[in-house]
Design a protein around this ligand. Structure first.
Ligand code: NAD
Length: 305
């Protein structure tokens, strides 16, 4: 029997309702409106799309959104000074640094300079540290999204064999820390990465498999345990192929492209008990987690006053 599809879009819609209601309450009771401030240095077409989506999502929630565009030649020192100005501006409740940054800027240094209370991407070492302690306040959005999708199945993670493929700072590592965040109720995670010798032996052992690599077709059906929960975080653009395996061309003669995850969905769905699709799984929820973090950050600052 094919696995149940975990619908990221409808879960996202549910979370959005809650966020919108809470933002409304903040405004009504405390006359406070969250303000998410994005910093973009130089020009980047990919971040343009993110910025457009962030703005639209914020508007839907009643959250104010502001974009600061700095020139490509901005130095790291200038950017750090700019961040400091936002850190101390009471109206700004959340700060997001659009990636990639120009070469002359060390992104990690700047991310570390964002005050933890406004760090809506959850990347400040202090927020990461709270995740290590098992009591995160602001955590990386994609990791939060993957955990919410997993929680939505209602399956208890306690003691479960979970394989996380990918160990990046924004996805794989924080997911692993979430899986370990309760002293008595934690899962048993195994973390795989580029240097893992026999990936399939680890994925086949997983009752829950979370994949965040960025390689289409990495996880095939025979690498999945029967009945496993599969969360596919990967986003890859690949050409659409016809039945002979040739690229399908658009009217302009260019190869048609589609978005897929790291998991071969058609094979995996036959083995999994639950599975996230790509698109429509982790992606829609990640944006919502950014909005939820923005709300959390705003409430945190209010409590501190
Ligand atoms: P990254 O490049 O920082 O990390 C990739 C990880 O995969 C590393 O840990 C690396 O060791 C591991 N890896 C690479 N090749 C491997 C292999 N053959 N076998 C096992 N592990 C291997 O990437 P990231 O930023 O963590 O993103 C991972 C994927 O998730 C990408 O496709 C990205 O687009 C996607 N992503 C999706 C969202 C979303 O909202 N859905 C958000 C962030 C990232």
């Amino acid at each position: 029997m094919a696995g149940k599809i975990i619908d990221g879009k409808s879960l996202a819609a549910k979370f959005k309702e809650d966020i919108k209601r809470e933002v409304g309450q903040l405004k009504e009771k405390h006359k406070v409106t969250p303000l998410l401030t994005a910093i973009q240095v130089g020009e980047n077409p990919a971040s343009r799309v993110y910025i457009k989506n962030q703005k639209k999502s914020c508007e839907e929630m009643g959250i104010d959104y502001q974009l600061h565009e700095l020139p490509e030649a901005t130095s790291e020192e200038e950017l750090l000074q700019f961040v400091e100005k936002l850190n101390t501006d009471d109206k700004v409740t959340g700060i997001i640094l659009q990636m990639p940054l120009p070469q002359q800027i060390n992104g990690r240094r700047v991310q570390m300079a964002i005050t933890p209370m406004k760090d809506v991407e959850g990347m400040n070492p202090s927020n990461m540290g709270m995740l290590v302690y098992g009591s995160p306040r602001l955590a990386p959005c994609t990791a939060l999204a993957a955990m919410e999708l997993l929680n939505s199945t209602g399956v208890d993670i306690k003691g479960k064999e979970v394989t996380v493929v990918g160990h990046s700072e924004i996805v794989g590592k924080p997911i692993t820390l979430f899986l370990l965040s309760s002293i008595l109720e934690s899962a048993t995670p195994t973390v795989c990465h580029i240097a893992t010798r026999d990936l399939a032996s680890h994925t086949r052992n997983a009752e829950i498999l979370i994949v965040a690599v960025g390689k289409a077709g990495l996880i095939k059906g025979d690498m999945i345990k029967q009945g496993a929960i599969v969360i596919d975080v990967g986003i890859n653009r690949v050409p659409v192929l016809d039945e002979k395996g040739k690229p399908v061309l658009s009217n302009e003669g260019k190869p048609k492209m589609k978005t897929v995850g790291d998991v071969v969905f058609e094979e995996a769905v036959e083995k999994a008990s639950y599975i996230t699709p790509v698109p429509g799984g982790v992606g829609p929820l990640t944006v919502v987690m950014l909005l939820r973090n923005t709300l959390t950050a705003c409430k945190w600052q209010r409590e501190k006053k």
